[in-house]
Design a protein around this ligand. Structure first.
Ligand code: GLC
Length: 583
């Protein structure tokens, strides 16, 4: 029944030229492509599943769990880096862009992963880390030795010799991970730039040879059958050639903190957009050459302003760039005490800024930020998944969020391995450590939560795994996992792919949004973001006095799927979300 329905709906929409906020609005090709409505499930390979008992997740482990993704209803995954790396920043420091990290497996394991994913109908997106390599990469070693052809692969500078004869870095730029962004290299007798750890030297994108070398890397993986790339830290790619001091932000007096300066010369330079366009062209050319395979896409990681991210989608000249510039606003712009207006504003601002003809996207979590249960409280897990999965466009889930996994904030200093946390020291590490969100996936209540048979895992497993694990959530009467799965099932219906969208705050603490299309039953999501019970009247929002039938309710809800509700007086428990059908 479903496929014909979608086709009929698509046909009528494409012919009517209907305007649909937040959906792919005008480009008919994109509209029917695989990616504009997909849920991308982020796997953090080191913590997903260990197949060989060394305490570290690996590719065979991922492959063995692809069936789990498929059973859940996931059709696309993006993997944090799996490439050869000294693991200073756990894979974001790459020493060979075309090799698999031996701890994670072999190239054959990767090919098997791709084949299995293909059989299960899952697209695989890889993490491309272009801004920096590892200092162990051949390119860096050659550049440090001034080998012909490699001299300018990285950003080198003599530094400044002060009156008293001491040499200091060329400017005041701090690294994102604390400390100066410059490191002295004894061999070359120059400073090199590193916007992240000192073991992650910044590549020089003003050098066409670097661009060429990276194109080669992208083509290598495209030829292996990946569906595209998540592009890491893309807004850091270029620095102003003058290498001038940045103005002080006034936020802190600690000159080693990233907050010390306003990053006007080291981040978000206009040249970034040119590189995005260049990579888009490469992907489009590849897709055009291989029409039998799915469109190759890019998702870009940049914690940047709305205008800039909108330009990533498509600039003012109509040049298309990133298919999905990650929208992190549910991570950065709402908190546990945000009210309904904050949420509505958060959604609308993206839809307003996004140029027409593109797909909205919503990221609820990742390996760099606290989990939903820790940001908003465990009671909000279902409501936040409802929000993420019933908004129009693409949704991005970080592994474990389907279970409501919780950050392991009690990790000790001794157990801490994340470089920014190690850099700030024992007193402050808990404020910045990303380890708590990277603990192993909780599969069951066996040893190490079923993640590994090792005596010790690379990061400890959260002790709550005995109760909070997938197996328990599969057999429970109701669980976060089942709610998540029901939401993915609901996303398959035609109305969740097309139609009109509107969102409103109903009261200070409750907001609702509607997915609708003439002659189809609308889907309504209503969410209470307060810690108190709230009574709301939805009649005005729904405009007609119709009946609401519960489609998906949360674990602790008193409402059951299939239950009819009166729109005029709906009582929502603290932090409760409900997804209903309007009949
Ligand atoms: C991105 C990654 C993060 C990494 C950093 C440096 O922000 O998500 O994990 O540490 O880039 O590559």
């Amino acid at each position: 029944m479903r496929a014909p329905l979608i086709q009929i709906l698509l046909f009528s929409l494409l012919n009517s030229g209907s305007i649909m906020a937040g959906l792919v609005k005008s480009d008919t090709e994109d509209f029917i492509d695989w990616w504009p409505h997909t849920v991308f499930y982020q796997i953090y390979p080191r913590s997903f599943k260990d197949s060989n008992g060394d305490g570290i997740g690996d590719l065979k482990g991922i492959t063995s769990k692809l069936r789990y993704l498929a059973d859940t209803g996931i059709t696309a995954t993006w993997l944090s880096p799996i490439f050869q790396s000294p693991m200073i920043d756990f894979g974001y420091d790459i020493s060979d862009y075309k090799a698999i990290q031996p701890e994670y497996g072999t190239m054959q394991d990767f090919e098997e992963l791709i084949d299995t994913a293909f059989e299960l109908g899952i697209k695989v997106v890889l993490d491309f880390v272009p801004n920096h390599s590892s200092d162990q990469h051949e390119w860096f070693k050659k550049s440090a030795a001034r080998e012909p052809g490699y001299e300018d692969f990285y950003v080198w500078h003599d530094g400044i010799v002060q009156e008293n004869g001491t040499r200091v870095p060329p400017n005041n730029w701090p690294s994102v991970f604390y400390g100066s962004a410059w490191e002295w290299h004894e061999g070359r007798e120059q400073y090199y730039l590193h916007q992240f750890t000192k073991e992650q030297p910044d590549l020089n994108y003003r050098n066409p040879k670097v661009v060429q070398a990276m194109d080669d890397v992208l083509l290598f993986w495209l030829n292996k059958g990946v569906a595209g790339f998540r592009i890491d830290a893309v807004n850091h790619l270029f620095e102003d050639e003058s290498l001038k001091d940045e103005p002080l932000s006034g936020k802190t007096t600690d000159s080693l903190s990233y907050d010390y300066t306003k990053h006007i010369y080291s981040r978000d330079l206009p040249e970034v957009l040119e590189m995005i366009h260049h990579w888009r062209q490469l992907l489009d050319d590849f897709s055009a050459k291989h029409p039998e395979r799915p469109t190759r896409i890019m998702m870009t990681e940049a914690y940047a302003g709305l205008t800039q991210l909108a330009d990533y989608y498509e600039d003012s000249n109509g040049v298309r760039g990133s298919h999905l510039p990650f929208n992190f606003h549910f991570i950065t712009d709402v908190k546990g005490d945000s009210d309904a207006r904050d949420y509505v504003y958060n959604v609308e601002k993206w839809l307003i800024y996004m140029p027409r003809g593109h797909a909205a996207n919503w990221v609820m979590g990742n390996h760099d930020n606290p989990r939903v249960a820790s940001r908003f409280g465990p009671a909000s897990v279902d409501a936040m998944n409802m929000l993420l999965l019933t908004l129009p466009g693409v949704a991005v889930t970080y592994n474990g969020e389907e279970l409501g996994m919780v950050d392991y904030r009690e990790l000790s200093w001794e157990e801490t391995v994340d470089p920014p946390a190690r850099n700030v020291g024992e007193k402050l590490y808990q404020e910045v450590s990303r380890d708590p969100v990277r603990t192993p996936f909780q599969w069951n209540n066996e040893t190490n939560a079923g993640f590994s048979t090792a005596a010790k895992t690379w990061l400890p497993v959260h002790p709550n795994y005995l109760e909070l694990n997938l197996e328990a959530q599969k057999v429970a009467n109701r669980s976060h996992y089942q709610v998540y799965k029901d939401l993915l099932e609901l996303r398959k219906s035609a109305i969740m792919r097309v139609g009109r969208f509107n969102i409103e705050p109903l009261t200070r603490w409750v907001f609702a949004f509607k997915r609708s299309y003439p002659n189809f039953e609308s889907i309504i999501t209503v969410i209470n973001v307060s810690d108190k019970e709230q009574l709301v009247d939805l009649s005005e929002f729904l405009s007609q006095p119709k009946k609401l039938v519960v489609e998906v309710s949360g674990v602790d809800s008193k409402y059951q799927p299939g239950q009819s509700l009166a729109a005029s007086a709906l009582l929502l428990a603290a932090r409760e979300g409900l997804v209903c059908r309007l009949v």
